[in-house]
Design a protein around this ligand. Sequence first.
Ligand SMILES: CCCCCCC/C=C/C(=O)SCCNC(=O)CCNC(=O)[C@H](O)C(C)(C)COP(=O)(O)OP(=O)(O)OC[C@H]1O[C@@H](n2cnc3c(N)ncnc32)[C@H](O)[C@@H]1OP(=O)(O)O
Length: 667
Amino acid sequence: SVKAVMICGENGKFSAGADIKGFSSPKRRGIALGPIVSLIERSEKPVVAAIEGVALGGGLEVALGCHYRIAHVKARMGLPEVTIGLLPGAEGTQRLPRLVGVPAALDMITTGKVLCLVIPPAWPKTHEFLLPMYLPDVDALFCNSIFLPPGQPLGPRRLSLKPVPKLPNMEAFLSEALVKVKKQAHGCLAPELCFQAVKAATEQPFADGVRREQELFNVLLTSGQAQALQYAFFAERAVQKWTTPSGASWKISDSVSLLSLGLGTMGRGIVTSLVKAKIPVVALEQDLEYLNMGRKAVMFLLEREAMKMEQGAQTLDFHNPARLQFTVDFDVLRDVDLVIEAVFENMALKKEIFHKLSRICKPGAFLCTNTSALNINEIASATSRPQQVIGTHFFSPAHVMKLLEIIYGHHTSPTTIATAMQLAKVLKKVGVVVGNCFGFAGNRMMFPYAQQAVFLLEEGSRPEAVDQVIEDFGFRIGPFRMSDLAGLDVGTPARQRHGHRYSPLPDLLCENGRFGQKTGKGWYQYEKAGGRTAKPDPWLHSFLSQYRDTHRIKTRFIDQEEILERCLFSLINEGFDILAEGIASGPEHLDVIYINGYGWPKHRGGPMFYASTVGLSRILAKLQKYSEAHPDVPGLQPSAFLKKLVAMGNPPLKEWMSYLSRPNNKL
Ligand SMILES: CCCCCCC/C=C/C(=O)SCCNC(=O)CCNC(=O)[C@H](O)C(C)(C)COP(=O)(O)OP(=O)(O)OC[C@H]1O[C@@H](n2cnc3c(N)ncnc32)[C@H](O)[C@@H]1OP(=O)(O)O
């Protein structure tokens, strides 16, 4: 007597797909979702997927096996398997191209992007709750009637029986698409295998395509990259859970007002990011000329962001003074709830400003500093409310980069930490709480990495060789291209001495007017000042030779292994010290910082996860070897904590912190 079946989710969500934890569980072995989807499709009774909230991964694949799909206007759909190192392994790579065509299916499957419904303006508003599923750029077949026509044969509704829509130039299209996929993958395997699975749909009958999908799925399932990406998925969520026994919290509501102080590069990005999050913001500068320059730059950024959004400028509402105001009048400080200071990186200046803030701001206001390295306690000491002072280290460009490093000082209260974490959440950033030390967690680990890169040049390597190795590893940009981009005159504390070997090379380049891209010359040469295309520079090569001759440094050939290990293992080594000192509360925190703030390739899981896959004993042995060969080079002497973990038999990453006796009392 059943007429039709409707599959729906619970609590406003259709399905987030397979349980990601299960992929590494032995219980999962042998269970497959594809045959269940096929069974649904073969049903003699019509089956409808009613999609509300998210339909992701295996969830969307179930919907693709149904004969009809209807969706709530706010539904979000996607096949994000590629982001966790897999492919849609429940026949999704074969059904989706049959439904939406190869270009749209390839785009969804190889990027994992999650799509919202785009409702054509002409559609009646009366059916707001359940609308036919409609995705942008998609074949009209995707829009189904919400009424099941009685007695309609189900054959044409079974996607597996449909042909993949032809393209006039399929072969050319696929070769171009593969080039694009490889370029964007930066060494990650899953996008290319996703591509291969969709390609199979264009070449083979459904059943053969499914077999190919399974083969490729199994390759990915057992790959280290899938494990790294799944670890990163859970690590990102774990580090954002910050609670205190007292349950300290702070809500950012519409009535809260924030002030950003300083409209340099960082301040501009911070203001843009606050406006994007719809938080009322006042932008304050000390000087009218800087204010006007800053205003122009912020407006430019906001116009660009608005263009990317569906309803554009209207949604951001940034011409409304109640939402965004520019001023040089420090009196506005009296009314704001939270200040983010982003002035020049200079302790005396920051202290002067914090003293002023502390005098003018209302007693409850939180005072955040966007320093990237300076001592939070010293900044807080200039105020009468050190408990409300905290570091909020944004990464450039601040309206794009996902990381917010949150640094608590000696006196910072739990409520202040909770506030900064809440700020990160509202800004859709990943907030990671760390302790106070020079460079905090992220930059402190970056210093030895940058230092090693320069030492390698002294010893015989070239910027392009070092960058190539690091980029082949998966970083988007190597240390020298990055240095040229940021500007060589932007203080990299890699030049600090502390009684160890120090390389003056970056300073010498600055003395020669080579500040990087902005002057058209740095570690590389560029087509013009401000140019972006880095070319190896013969001038630099002969400068390096002369430098080595002057200092009687014997040039030697440095292989790729040494470049990679000295740069990355010194960074990881510093990470072990940071953990031992309680600056970060776990290796996951350092990994999330590196993936979201420093371009560490996600498919390698972050530096500490990578260390666990390389093996701690190997890392220790290599550090010992390099530090013996270069006893004067800082950053290569193995961390005591690393040695301890090796002595304890190389325990798994999740147990590392249990080998430390000093618990971190704030986190
Ligand atoms: C039976 C055999 C099956 C074989 C199937 C083969 C093919 C199928 C493959 C897949 O389906 S792979 C999974 C694809 N799905 C995803 O990648 C979705 C991942 N999740 C998200 O994108 C987001 O979590 C969300 C669903 C959009 C919700 O985001 P929101 O910001 O609202 O909350 P979160 O903090 O992210 O998540 C809450 C909570 O839920 C956990 N979680 C979410 N999705 C999954 C999942 N797919 N598996 C396991 N756990 C998941 C997440 O970790 C959070 O947990 P807690 O931190 O609160 O413990």
